[in-house]
Ligand binder design. Structure first.
Ligand code: NDP
Length: 356
């Protein structure tokens, strides 16, 4: 007898226009056949799935980007996943191997293609790296951790002798919580995080060692930036865009740098990415000679192995701390995704699907 199988599909799109948050009714849980494995493929059992902000853009008919495809209505949702090989008809893959992919279906059992670019099809997970903490491939060793490290190194211009101030938005999230810690490890003198609750502000300052936390929902951002960044801002790691970013830019120093990682505050619209800045803010960027290049971690795949090694050294020596928010069960993937989009997560939002 074969095991029962289930998947989560896109039932409807959140809608066109300014502000359309995703709802649970946009998704549906469906029974589906247990997959047949073909030559060159592996059959996997899903262990963990990752809920990531960019998936909201894929719920639109037009993702607004040239590197993300749109989910089709009725199609299984796919994103970052990790699981175990049950059957292999692919060279070099064996039953029991732990594998990951950035194109993993939200499905209990699935067949995956192997080979090609690392992570874009299924690739083996290094057990020495993760031990039995498989979900680390979604946070620390996945796009958030890699974007934090590579983003700062490629676009941040950190100079440990320059007494720099670093500000990060969505600071208690997957990317932000790691970016602030990496900035400190690289040599920034003053690390300030902006996030949505007092608990998150306490987490980044007490647990992660940021110098200051600013609650953008209850505090005056301008006043708090003035207070916490008396020498101005040298590096801004932007995860959110919108009003927070418009405020931060006005406190940035001449010749400072923005690491344009993402703009989650605009993902519930159908704006193209990255959306333009308001005229007065764009004027500040230009007059202050602030750099603001678009940064996309998958453009740096050749830097992944070295970066993972660095992140692992810091993590294993206790210099880098990792937090996860874990939901359970395939049926709860939409709920976890929506919660993350609304700030319900601290650290990386993960969904645990099955035990090994
Ligand atoms: P997070 O773990 O940070 O989760 C998202 C967080 O965003 C929420 O917890 C919430 O925290 C905050 N948020 C939601 N809506 C708003 C809003 N309107 N204004 C301000 N904050 C908001 O997600 P990730 O770390 O996975 O992603 C963070 C950003 O990094 C995203 O923009 C994502 O697209 C981008 N990214 C880019 C990569 C790249 O290669 N460029 C790679 C990976 C991620 P709060 O409670 O603080 O509001």
């Amino acid at each position: 007898m074969t095991a029962a199988n289930q998947k989560v599909v896109l039932r409807s799109r959140p809608g066109k226009g300014e502000n359309n948050p995703p709802r649970e009714s946009n998704f549906a849980l469906k029974d589906c056949p247990y997959p047949e494995v073909e030559d060159g493929q592996i059959l996997v059992k899903t262990l963990y799935l990752s809920a990531d902000p960019y998936m909201r853009c894929q719920m639109n008919a037009n993702t607004g980007t040239d590197y993300l495809h749109s989910f089709e209505l009725g199609q299984v949702i796919e994103g970052n996943g990790v699981g175990v090989v049950l059957t292999s008809k692919a060279e070099d893959f064996n039953r029991g191997d732990i594998v990951e992919s950035y194109h993993w279906p939200w499905q209990l059992y699935a067949t995956l293609n192997v080979g090609g670019l690392n992570c874009l099809t299924a690739s083996k997970v290094d057990r020495k790296l993760v031990g039995s903490h498989f979900s680390l491939v979604h946070g620390l060793y996945g796009p958030p951790g890699l974007a934090a490290l590579i983003g700062i190194r490629e676009k941040g211009h950190v100079d440990p002798n320059a007494n720099q101030t670093f500000v990060v938005s969505a600071a208690a999230g997957a990317c932000g919580s790691l970016a602030g810690q990496v900035a400190r490890l690289e040599g920034c003198a003053n690390v300030v995080g902006i996030c949505g609750t007092d608990e998150k502000c306490c987490f980044i300052t007490n647990d992660l060692g940021f110098d200051h936390g600013i609650n953008y929902k209850t505090e005056d951002i301008h006043a708090r930036l003035q207070e916490t960044c008396p020498n101005g801002i040298d590096i801004y790691f932007d995860n959110v865009g919108g009003d927070i970013t418009n405020a931060v830019i006005k406190h940035m120093n001449p010749n400072s740098h923005i690491i344009l990682c993402g703009t989650i505050s605009t993902y519930n619209s159908d704006l193209p990415y990255p959306p333009p800045l308001p005229d007065d803010v764009q004027q500040v960027v230009e007059s202050q000679n602030i750099t603001r290049d678009r940064f996309l971690v998958i453009n740096y795949i050749e830097k992944f192995p070295k970066s993972i090694k660095q992140l692992s050294q810091w993590y294993k020596s206790g210099k880098l701390k990792v937090r996860e928010t874990i939901e359970g069960g395939l049926a709860n993937c939409p709920k976890a995704f929506i919660s993350m989009m609304n700030g319900g997560n601290t650290g990386k939002q993960i969904v645990h699907i099955a035990y090994l």
